[in-house]
Design a protein around this ligand. Structure first.
Ligand SMILES: Nc1ncnc2c1ncn2[C@@H]1O[C@H](COP(=O)(O)OP(=O)(O)O)[C@@H](O)[C@H]1O
Ligand SMILES: [Mg+2]
Length: 368
C-alpha cells in the first residue's frame, strides 16, 4: 500500500514521464459494415466476426508510447497497417476505436480548430512521394508552410534558408524540384517539414523511393539531424535494416497487429513471436548488440586490459580491439565506472555464434 502511494505521487509530479504519443487499443477498421458491427459489438471487437462481415482491419488493437526525443520505428511488410496507424495518430483518418493522446491531450476529442493548430505548430510530416509544389523553387517550397501559418515573407525566407543549409542544399535554393535528384527532393521535403519546428515528426517511408546508396546517405544525414534536433519521431519503414540502423525502439506490425515493440537489441535477442524471429534470423548481431547487451559480470576478474569500452558501443566497433586483447576488457558507464567485462570468447560468440541455433535445430530435428 505504501508503495502505491509513493508511486502515484511520483507520476503526478514528474511530467517528463508523460509520453508525447500514447495509443491505447487503437483500431482502424475499413468496410461499409464497420459502423453497424461496432454498434452491435458493445466494445467487444471479435476480429473473426468483423471479417466475416467484410470488414478489413487496417490497425488491430495497437498500443504504444513514444517519449520525448525518442525515435520509434514502425516496421512491417506492405499492407501490415503502418501507414494507417500513422494516419490515425496524425488524425488524417478517423480512428474506429481506442484512444490516442498527444502530450496528454485527447487527440480524438479535438475539434477542427484545435486539430489545425496541432498540425501547424506541433506536427511535421514527410511522405515517400515528396509532394513538392512543381512551380515553386526549393526556397519557396520550404517557406510555404510558414507563410500558411502567417509568418512574414522575410522571416519565412530567412528560416527557409536556414533549413536549406541544415539539410545540405546550400546553393540550390532557386532550383525547381524537377532540377533535383530524388535524394535532393526528399531533402527539400525534410527541410519543409522542419521549417515549422515541429515537436513531433511523422515520416512514412521517406527514403523508400531512393536508391540504396543515396538511401544510406540519407539515413546518416537523418541521424545527424536527430542528434541535433532531438525530435519525437514516428518513422515508418518496410526495411528491417533501416529500422535497426535508426531506431531507439521498433514496433513490428503484421496484419494490423503490433507483434512486438522493443529495442533493436531485445528484438534480436528475444523475438516475441515466430514472425519477428524470422526477421531477426539474418541480422548481423554485431551490428545491433552493444557491449552493455552482452557483457558479463565483473565477478572475480582483477586482471584487466588497459582498453575500456563504453556500454553503448556497438560490438562491431570494438570487436577487433577486444579480439586482439588477451585480458578481460572493462565495460564502462557514462561515469567511467566499470559495470561489466568483455573477453575474446564473448565477441567470438557474437561473431560466429551460430552454434547455438544449429545445436537447437539439430536437437529439434532429433525430437527433443
Ligand atoms: N481506404 C482504405 N480502404 C480499405 N482498406 C484499406 C484502406 N487503406 C488501407 N486499407 C487496408 O489496410 C491495410 C493496411 O494498409 P496500410 O496501412 O496502407 O499498410 P502499409 O502502410 O503497412 O503498407 C491493408 O490491408 C490495406 O488494404
Ligand atoms: Mg504504407
Amino acid at each position: 500500500m505504501t508503495n502505491e502511494t509513493s508511486n502515484s505521487t511520483d507520476t503526478s509530479t514528474d511530467n517528463d514521464d508523460q509520453p508525447v504519443i500514447k495509443c491505447d487499443g487503437v483500431y482502424k477498421i475499413f468496410g461499409e459494415n464497420t459502423e453497424e458491427m461496432m454498434a452491435k459489438s458493445n466494445g467487444n471487437i471479435d476480429v473473426e466476426k468483423f471479417e466475416d462481415a467484410g470488414c478489413i482491419f487496417g490497425v488491430n488493437n495497437a498500443s504504444l508510447e513514444v517519449h520525448k526525443g525518442e525515435m520509434l520505428i514502425v516496421m512491417g511488410l506492405s499492407g501490415s497497417g503502418k501507414s494507417t496507424l500513422l494516419r490515425c495518430i496524425s488524425r488524417l483518418t478517423n480512428t474506429t476505436a481506442g484512444s490516442i493522446f498527444i502530450d496528454g491531450e485527447d487527440l480524438l476529442a479535438m475539434d477542427a480548430k484545435e486539430l489545425t493548430q496541432l498540425r501547424r505548430n506541433k506536427m511535421g510530416m514527410v511522405f515517400q512521394s515528396f509532394a513538392l509544389l512543381p512551380h515553386k523553387t526549393v526556397l519557396e517550397n520550404i517557406a510555404f508552410p510558414l507563410q500558411v501559418k502567417g509568418t512574414s515573407t522575410q522571416d519565412s525566407m530567412k528560416r527557409a534558408m536556414d533549413m536549406i543549409n541544415l539539410v545540405g542544399l546550400t546553393g540550390r535554393e532557386n532550383y525547381f524540384p524537377r532540377q533535383l535528384s530524388g535524394g535532393q527532393q526528399q531533402r527539400v521535403g525534410i527541410a519543409r517539414s522542419l521549417a515549422v519546428e515541429p515537436d513531433i515528426w511523422f515520416l512514412d517511408e521517406p527514403f523508400s523511393a531512393l536508391d540504396p546508396l543515396i538511401r544510406k546517405e540519407m539515413q546518416d544525414e537523418f541521424l545527424r539531424l536527430q542528434e541535433m534536433l532531438n525530435k519525437t519521431i514516428l518513422f515508418v519503414t518496410h526495411d528491417f535494416d533501416e529500422a535497426l540502423r535508426l531506431a531507439d525502439r521498433i514496433a513490428i506490425m503484421k496484419d494490423g497487429v503490433i507483434e512486438q515493440c522493443d529495442t533493436p537489441a531485445n528484438i534480436v535477442l528475444h523475438p516475441a513471436t515466430e514472425y519477428v524471429a524470422k526477421f531477426t534470423n539474418d541480422v548481423p548481431r554485431e551490428k545491433v548488440l552493444t557491449c552493455g547487451n552482452i557483457m558479463e559480470e565483473v565477478g572475480t576478474t582483477s586482471d584487466f586490459s588497459e582498453i575500456k569500452v563504453p556500454r553503448d558501443a556497438v560490438i562491431e566497433t570494438v570487436a577487433e580491439a577486444v579480439l586482439n586483447e588477451p585480458k578481460s576488457v572493462a565495460v564502462i558507464d557514462d561515469n567511467d565506472d566499470t559495470i561489466g567485462v568483455l573477453n575474446r570468447k564473448s565477441i567470438i560468440h557474437i561473431l560466429f555464434g551460430k552454434d547455438d541455433s544449429e545445436t537447437l535445430s539439430t536437437n529439434q530435428a532429433a525430437g527433443e
